[in-house]
Design a protein around this ligand. Structure first.
Ligand code: NDP
Length: 397
């Protein structure tokens, strides 16, 4: 029996909260608090769980959150707002005295910079308060870290080469749309590529390194090397890694739109003056693009995300591929949201569940791969994200 307070009421929150509702023996009391209360109400109304409350909160304001926590008395706060709010929510958790979970690392608004240092800096304060903070508990980051920890625990003596491969072979039937918050998504994709090799980070121009990779049940898809935040924690937590990279598929139509958006200045994150009012172009763009939370009804096809790993077992090279495929339509039928929200929201719920059950609970600030992967892997199979393993086949990388 646990009390959980979820901040944010977008696509990911819709899935995570509905899945919490399907596990009432663990999530006995749920509060959805967000900037726009009507969106939280919409999620709550679609649930049959008897104890779901909603509230309005500005997660940039620590005092507002502490007031809300004092009234609801959560055992865990799940941050499914935006990466900009990570630090203010962690501050509020420390001030009130409650544990924390999120799915994306902190980003300052004025710079698209991805690093865990800001959140890792809270480690001692969470440890001293005997509170747990679980960072990056979506799919990537999230399940990809758990997959890596599971491989290291059960299949390798040392893991040496890690390639995280993320394919969305779905079709939402829109000319251009992003699968999660457009502002966060476009900031992430337009940054320089970065990967880890032989102890150092190497950079590439954005989306310039690419090759076709074969995805199970899908076939070949052009996959682009880009930086993704879990690489930072995985190379720290698995020091045997000689190389770690992240690949994501994009269609030509998406890339053409993205290039135009950049060329005409609509991806700018700095304010411009328009008729006497300061607007941030990428925030305006978000307002006119399709809402990722509304893409589900026409979305066909599936996602396939996994880890391709090479390393040593009993002195011999071993190759291993672990992945999940998730159907957009099946995700929509179950939760009313598409597979990208589903593959993020389900792991967030699982992390919260394991925390409330005391299985993923330790004082301090942790990335997911620092917990025991086994109970999480079991839950993935039971909660809608079953995984598959392939041994000693060509990894293509
Ligand atoms: P959405 O934009 O759909 O939802 C974000 C929600 O947060 C909205 O309800 C928004 O309110 C609310 N919010 C924003 N700012 C504040 C604030 N200051 N105070 C209170 N609430 C606020 O995003 P998604 O659901 O697509 O994504 C949620 C998170 O999941 C993001 O951090 C994203 O980076 C992460 N993510 C992680 C993935 C992973 O695999 N690890 C994959 C995909 C996403 P309003 O409705 O008023 O705008």
């Amino acid at each position: 029996m646990g009390r959980v307070l979820v901040i944010g009421a977008g696509g990911v929150s819709t899935v995570a909260v509905k899945k919490m509702g399907f596990n009432p023996e663990v999530f006995s009391d749920i509060m959805i608090a967000s900037r726009t209360k009507s969106k939280a109400d919409k999620i709550a109304l679609a649930m049959s769980h008897p104890k779901v409350q909603t509230a309005q909160v500005d997660a940039d304001k620590v005092d507002e959150m502490v007031d809300l926590f004092s009234k609801f008395k959560p055992e865990l706060v799940v941050n499914l707002a935006l990466p900009y709010q990570d630090l203010s929510i962690m501050d509020a958790c420390l001030e009130y005295g409650v544990s924390y979970l999120d799915t994306a690392n902190y980003e300052p608004r004025e710079e698209a910079k991805y690093q865990y240092s800001w959140q890792w800096a809270y480690k001692e304060r969470f440890a001293e308060a005997e509170l747990t903070a679980i960072l990056g508990c979506g799919f990537d980051p999230g399940v990809t870290g758990v997959f890596t920890a599971y491989a290291a625990k059960h299949h390798f003596d040392s893991i040496e080469y890690l390639d995280i491969v993320d394919c969305n072979a779905g079709d939402h039937h829109k000319a251009f749309a992003t699968n999660f918050n457009p502002e966060i998504n476009i900031r992430e994709i337009t940054q320089r590529g970065r990967y880890f090799e032989n102890g150092e980070w190497k950079e590439t121009d954005p989306l310039t390194v690419h090759l076709p990779l074969n995805y199970p049940g899908i076939g070949p898809r052009e996959s682009y090397l880009m930086y993704h935040e879990e690489l930072e924690s995985l190379v720290k937590n698995f020091p045997s890694l000689k190389r770690a990279r992240f690949w994501m598929t994009f269609g030509q139509e998406y890339l053409t739109h993205l290039r135009v958006i950049q060329n005409i200045g609509m991806s700018r994150i700095d304010p411009v003056l328009y008729e006497g009012v300061e607007i941030v172009p990428i925030q305006f763009l978000k307002a006119v693009l399709p809402d990722p939370g509304e893409l589900g009804s026409d979305y066909t096809g599936e996602t396939s995300i996994g880890c391709r790993i090479r390393g040593l077992r009993n002195g011999e090279e071993k190759r291993y591929y672990i992945y999940n495929n998730c159907s957009h339509q099946a995700a929509f039928r179950e939760t009313g949201a598409q597979a990208v929200s589903y593959t993020t929201g389900v792991p967030a719920m699982i992390g919260a569940k394991l925390f409330l059950q005391g299985l993923w609970k330790k004082a301090g600030v942790w990335n997911v791969e620092e917990f025991d992967p086994d109970p999480f892997m079991k839950e993935l199979n039971e909660q809608g994200l079953p995984w598959n393993e392939v041994f000693n086949r060509d990894l293509e990388l």
